[in-house]
Design a protein around this ligand. Structure first.
Ligand SMILES: [Zn+2]
Length: 166
């Protein structure tokens, strides 16, 4: 089911989300939340990832769109109880947007490379390293789970040009 994406004024986006008990990951509640998150994300025009609090569920989970990967990797990516276990000292200043902050972009410092551990949708723990866009996504989404929006840490926020960019 496509759910409403909450905007930045909403309280749930500013609160720390709760861990999901690992024993409940295979249960119907978590599985239907995962489906809703993918449906909601894929219903957006440009979204690359979505965190559960963005649809009003204050739990530690985010999903990444399969559309950001090449044809050889189309797996649905689900991250439950993710933790940033390593981040490079090297960082980049990136122009970032958010489905919960309509019409804006902002410059944010992000580590160039990160390592994340999480549980997948079967309840298996895994770790994944990332650089580039995926590293940026991991940091942005874990921010959501900690009640942080990129506009809280951006050095500059600007309006999106009204003309289509792509
Ligand atoms: Zn966001």
């Amino acid at each position: 089911m496509v759910r409403e994406i909450l905007q930045k004024e909403h309280k749930v986006l500013h609160e720390k989300a709760k861990e999901i008990p690992v024993s409940s990951i295979r249960g119907d509640d978590v599985q239907s939340l995962i489906s809703d998150m993918f449906e909601t994300l894929l219903d957006t025009e440009k979204g690359v990832a979505l965190a559960a609090p963005q649809i009003g569920e204050p739990v530690r989970m985010f999903v990444v769109s399969p559309n950001i990967f090449g044809e050889d990797e189309k797996a649905d990516l689900v991250f439950i109880n993710p933790e940033l276990v390593n981040a490079s000292k090297e960082s980049e200043l990136i122009d970032e947007g958010c489905l919960s902050v309509n019409g804006k972009y902002g410059l944010v410092h992000r580590a160039s490379k990160v390592m994340v551990t999480a549980y997948d949708k079967e309840g298996n723990k895994f770790s994944r390293g990332a650089s580039g866009l995926l590293a940026q996504i991991f940091q942005h989404e874990i921010g959501h789970l900690n009640g942080e929006l990129y506009v809280d840490i951006a050095t500059e926020v600007h309006d999106v040009p009204t003309q289509k960019e792509e």
